[in-house]
Design a protein around this ligand. Structure first.
Ligand code: ADP
Ligand code: MG
Length: 240
């Protein structure tokens, strides 16, 4: 579904991604881990062109994203993105947060968009919050709304950038559970996270990054029991 090929990204003189190669298959859950500043967010942001690659290519569903003619809006419809900070529309109800883009961008009739939205809120356990506003929700609830909002566009892949890092500990679990459900339903997912339990349990493959490079790609079992790269070993010794 996604093929990242010899991707480089620099910010001025700073080379942040160096020769990244990574394929994500349909239905696969790829978990990206690594120290802060290693380029994880930049890689995710290159995947949906929030950042422009300096060199290399990203092929998504057969189309090169480096091609100047690529329709970024159409691309982003197909790639749901969930950030550390939820970025909900503060002055819109939860229901309207979910229906806004489907109605505006996809021209879905309002009643249909609202039905889909209510089903998604049900799925993330927030059916009763449809008429509330974001400020009335806890962090964990907001993040579940953000996930539902991304799903409302019926994306082919979901990109998560540390979706639980800004949450109080007691709210992490409810968000991870929603992501787990999504994975088990077969959603293609690329997840940057520090939640090693989630990586181990839900990941099909672990990608370890450090200093702008992918140093190791392995199954969770291989990676957590027997990491090969010294820097992966060092990282795990600090976080486990
Ligand atoms: P991670 O998500 O792994 O913590 P990032 O991808 O956010 O890492 O950042 C990788 C490196 O790129 C860091 O050194 C960071 O300071 C730098 N960086 C990220 N975004 C920008 C930007 N817009 N301009 C300049 N430097 C950036
Ligand atoms: Mg980051």
């Amino acid at each position: 579904m996604i093929s990242v090929q010899s991707l480089y990204k620099s910010f001025n003189q700073l080379e942040v991604l160096k020769d990244i190669n990574l394929d994500v298959a349909s239905g696969e859950v790829v978990v990206i881990i690594g120290p802060s500043g290693s380029g994880k967010s930049t890689l995710l942001r290159c995947m949906n062109l929030l950042e422009t690659p300096t060199k290399g290519d990203i092929i998504f569903e057969g189309t090169s994203l480096v091609n100047k003619k690529v329709n970024i809006d159409k691309l982003r419809e197909k790639m749901g993105m969930v950030f550390q900070h939820f970025n909900l529309f503060p002055h819109k109800s939860i229901l309207n947060n979910l229906t806004l883009s489907p109605i505006k961008v996809k021209k879905i009739p309002k009643p249909e968009a609202e039905q889909v939205a209510r089903n998604l809120l049900e799925k993330v356990g927030l059916a009763e919050k449809a008429d509330n506003f974001p400020s009335q929700l806890s962090g964990g609830q907001k993040q579940r709304v953000a996930i539902a909002r991304a799903l409302a566009m019926q994306p082919d892949v979901m990109l998560f950038d540390e979706p639980t890092s800004a949450l109080d500990p007691e709210m992490v679990k409810e968000v991870l559970q929603v992501m787990k459900d999504l994975a088990f339903e077969g959603m293609t997912m690329v997840v940057v996270t520090h939640e090693m339990g989630f990586a181990r349990e839900v990941g099909d493959r672990i990608v370890f990054m450090d200093e702008g490079q992918i140093l190791e790609v392995a199954t969770p079992q291989q990676f957590f029991q027997n990491p090969q790269h010294p820097r992966a070993q060092e990282f795990l010794s600090k976080v486990l």
